[in-house]
Design a protein around this ligand. Structure first.
Ligand SMILES: *Cc1c(COP(=O)(O)O)cnc(C)c1O
Length: 391
């Protein structure tokens, strides 16, 4: 019975017992293709042998000490993340929201260090940054905020993919210290900005001495066909946040920073009891190694193209499909009407998908998905949408 669970989620009437690769089995042993990966978490699929081995081994050695002591696995993970991202330093958290909290606190420290007493961060419409008070304030969705007022001060909202809107803020405010933005909006509906957007933000940040802070919590860890989505462009952010796929399901988040931003946090400014503990770091190290060894980042790029091509063919000429968007394995199919019921219909057919922003079918399949399995996804999702739109 779920009577003792707070009803923060409207849950589907289904529970899973075990998983393997892209497959899950429920408690009646029915099999499901997981095209959502626990919302972009299980990039390596379920029960990946290397991750399982790393977790089991580490559980028998040492799960937790404290950030009062050195943690070799944390240092090793930070080294690898900095090598992949060209960033300088990492703070480890337990979730995405906490990684963004660290970013927001860095921006405020940075502002105060420049003599700005009431620092503000530019954030976007339709964004999602988490459920803590600061991150729900940064989030561009009233539903996430409603009932939790008073919200946190110090955020200025502009439309996504609109450099002029940021320029207007720059011209009219003197307390902006940072821009916080998703390189591709996930919850907002798989919104992919123009090619020059990040470059434009980088330039505005340079001109105005702002920090460029990228929320890569959903788009990072190889999902879009690069280790981090900003690597599709030539920019380098000052701050970048990770979580979701970093531990393949073991809770871990990270706030990466470079240059001045990396030097803001000093002892006493910030912390976490669990953040970056040996178990979580060992899991994340295994995840990074597996992604490299199996060359899954380039695979994600190729498979993403295959999926997009497949959907464009499968759904071509279908009135009611207003857009098919994707980069790597972040894919959104936008319809002209609300389509939340597709989630349940898919589930009945043994397929796990998601609908976000009311009208966008969102697919976030594991990076280990094969071309054959991708073809199953194309066929099943294509058929599902076709049936839904042509009753
Ligand atoms: C999921 C997500 C978060 C929040 O992460 P939690 O681990 O749920 O706190 C923040 N930003 C983006 C872009 C996300 O997709």
């Amino acid at each position: 019975m779920a009577d003792h669970i707070m009803s923060t989620y409207k849950r589907l009437p289904i529970q899973f017992q075990r998983g393997e690769g892209i497959w899950l089995w429920d408690n009646e042993n029915r099999q499901y293709l997981d095209a959502l990966s626990g919302i972009a978490v299980c990039g390596l699929g379920h029960a990946h042998p290397a991750v399982t081995r790393a977790i089991s081994e580490q559980a028998g050695l040492l799960v937790h000490t404290s950030n009062l002591y050195g943690i070799a696995l944390q240092e090793q993970l930070a080294d690898t993340l900095c090598e992949l991202s060209a960033m300088d330093r990492v703070f480890f958290s337990n979730s995405g929201a906490e990684a963004n909290e660290a970013a927001i606190k860095i921006a405020r420290l940075y502002g105060h260090s420049r003599g700005i007493d009431n620092p503000a961060i530019i954030v976007m419409e339709k964004s999602f940054h988490g459920r803590t008070l600061a991150t729900l304030t940064a989030t561009g969705n009233r539903k996430v905020q409603a009932g939790f007022e008073p919200l946190v001060q110090g955020f200025i909202r502009v439309p996504y993919n609109d450099l002029d809107a940021i320029r207007t803020v720059a011209a009219n405010s003197n307390n902006v210290v940072a821009v916080l933005v998703e390189p591709i909006q996930g919850e907002g509906g798989i919104n992919i900005p123009d090619d020059d957007y990040l470059q434009g933000i980088r330039r505005l940040c340079d001109d105005n001495h702002w920090l460029m802070m990228l929320d890569e919590i959903q788009s990072g860890m190889g999902r879009t066909g690069k280790w981090f989505a900003w690597q599709h462009s030539t920019v380098l952010p000052d701050v970048a946040t990770l979580a979701k796929a970093l531990g393949n399901g073991v809770p871990i988040g990270a706030c990466l920073a470079s240059g001045q931003a990396a030097l803001m946090m000093q002892p006493g400014n910030h912390g976490s009891t669990f953040g970056g503990n040996p178990l979580a770091c060992r899991a994340a190290i295994a995840v990074l190694e597996a992604l490299k060894q199996e060359q899954l980042v380039t695979h994600a790029a190729a498979l993403g193209t295959h999926l997009l091509d497949g959907f464009n063919t499968a759904l071509s000429g279908l009135e009611g499909v207003t857009a098919i968007r994707g980069r790597g394995l972040m894919i959104g199919i936008e319809l002209d009407r609300p389509c939340a019921e597709l989630v349940g219909r898919a589930m009945e057919q043994g397929l796990l998908i998601n609908v976000t922003a009311e009208r966008v079918v969102r697919l976030l399949p594991p990076l280990i998905t094969t071309v054959k399995q991708a073809d199953i996804i194309i066929e099943q999702v294509g058929e599902l949408i076709r049936e839904f739109l042509t009753p």
